[in-house]
Design a protein around this ligand. Structure first.
Ligand code: ADP
Length: 451
């Protein structure tokens, strides 16, 4: 193996290090940005009120449709809340085609969603077609993009994230656009609540744990974001606007642009090639959409400059976004030469020696570890600044990254310990399974009760 190559990978690993001191600085920055967002609209952190003022107890009951428009998938669900933190769910999932998510017009995305809702209803609720409007099925809609909300159902899209680019929809109410699409198709559905997936995760975890100590919902999927419960008197921008004591806030923390965290050349190049350069910088270092791309760019550099792979560029390395984060997951699942070779063989990556394969393992590992370490920053900051220091608190998490990336939560917890010491033991973190679907149902229930 060339000494240069070994040094290059070691430098790359070093570049992806995130020293604890930088993370502690980032915690302070996050808190300042959070407070700015509580005071004014239009700040880096949206701190968007969800118009939900309490968490479920676990005893809620009822039947609801749920639609989840994530960054990668669309899910249509039927949810039966059974009380005691239990539920039944039936769902159908489809991957969003690229032509729907990057298009001048919203219509292809609306058509795609309506097709799937229609098929789901035909399979499960055919007798509902043609029913009067008063008997329409109530639906909660999980729409996880930065939006201004003026009620539980009235929203305005601020901007797209997670690779979406549909200019026409910005400044519009996507729930209304979808409702119009469903009306034209005569689908017997009424949207009762529009929520963000973090809010869904928060309420789902509160519901399923029945423990009354859930403080946060966090997503590590295509994007990353968090929601928590804030006292209304701590939200100056809401002064006089609501008659409630508490408010669930969608932070939109994917947008945090920490100046205290170092950026690697790969972060900068990746950012340049996105539809939203200079924005969503937390998300671009942390979330599922980007980790595979960071590894691809790292491998590209090693081929170009250090003759890795005999200087040959396979399409998996030349084509942006062609290396999925699940590939990084599979590499880091097992630090063995055989595993690394096997995972990367279909991508036409060959190794000159076993040491080379292990170095590539280490490069992949440090990209995921950095993600998990940075992910602890907003969690630690919120835990301390919302008055939970020294107290038990529970965090609900959801998303493919946290569910499937090997030891993601373990690495995140190590970082939490670096940041808040023994308080780390006071925090329980659990997957809020089906958070978007169950959460949409729980919020639709709240909306129906309050109206
Ligand atoms: P969404 O955010 O669209 O609701 P998910 O929570 O399923 O959906 O997250 C999808 C993201 O998770 C994609 O960016 C994908 O690359 C990533 N992902 C999928 N499988 C894995 C895996 N095994 N390990 C890590 N990340 C994964």
């Amino acid at each position: 193996m060339e000494a240069n190559f070994e040094q290059a990978v070691k430098k790359l690993i070093n570049d992806f290090e995130c020293p604890t001191e930088s993370l502690k600085e980032a915690m302070k920055e996050f808190d300042e940005l959070r407070k700015k967002g509580l005071s004014n609209d239009g700040e880096m952190l949206a701190m968007a009120p969800a118009y939900i003022s309490s968490l479920p107890t676990g005893q809620e009951q009822g039947d609801f449709l749920a639609l989840d428009l994530g960054g990668t998938n669309l899910r249509v669900c039927w949810v039966r809340l059974l009380g005691q933190g239990k539920y039944d769910i039936k769902q159908s999932k489809a991957t969003l085609p690229r032509e729907c998510i990057r298009n001048e017009s919203s219509q292809p995305l609306v058509d795609f969603a309506c097709d799937h809702i229609e098929n789901f209803l035909k399979e499960n609720f055919s007798s509902k077609f043609g029913c009067p409007e008063s008997e329409f099925l109530p639906m909660g809609f999980t729409f996880s993009y930065p939006m201004n909300q003026t009620s539980i159902v009235d929203t305005t899209l601020i901007r797209w994230t997670k690779g979406f680019n549909i200019p026409e929809a910005i400044g519009q109410d996507f729930g209304t656009t979808l409702t119009e699409g469903m009306r034209i198709r005569k689908l017997p559905v009424v949207i009762e609540a529009v929520i963000n997936d973090t809010v869904g995760t928060l309420v789902t975890r509160a519901y399923t744990s029945c423990a009354n100590n859930t403080i946060m919902g966090v997503i590590f999927g295509t994007g990353s974001n968090g929601a928590y419960v804030e006292n209304v008197d701590q939200i100056p921008k809401m002064a006089g606007k609501v008659n409630k004591k508490k408010m669930l806030l969608n932070i939109e923390w994917g947008a945090t642009n920490f100046t205290s965290l170092p950026a690697t050349r790969y972060d900068l190049l990746l950012d340049h090639d996105t539809p939203n350069p200079g924005r969503q910088m937390f998300e671009k270092r942390v979330s599922g959409m980007y980790l595979g791309e960071l590894l691809r760019r790292s491998l590209f550099h090693l081929i170009k400059v250090y003759n890795f792979n005999n200087g040959i560029f396979p399409p998996s390395i030349t084509d942006a976004w062609s290396l999925e984060t699940s590939v990084v997951s599979r590499i880091v699942a097992n630090r063995s030469v055989e595993n690394v070779k096997e995972v990367l063989r279909p991508y036409s990556i060959r190794f000159r020696s076993d040491e080379e394969a292990l170095l590539i393992y280490d490069a992949a590992y440090c990209i995921g570890r950095r993600s998990a370490r940075i992910s602890a920053v907003p969690i630690a900051s919120l835990y301390l600044s919302t008055g939970h220091a020294g107290k038990q608190a529970d965090v609900g998490v959801d998303g493919s990254l946290v569910e499937h990336y090997p030891n993601f939560l373990g690495m995140l917890r190590e970082s939490l310990k670096d940041l808040i010491g023994d308080d780390e033991k006071n925090i329980t973190i659990g997957i809020a399974k089906d958070g978007s679907g169950i959460g949409a149902a729980l919020c639709a229930l709240q909306a129906v009760k309050e109206n």
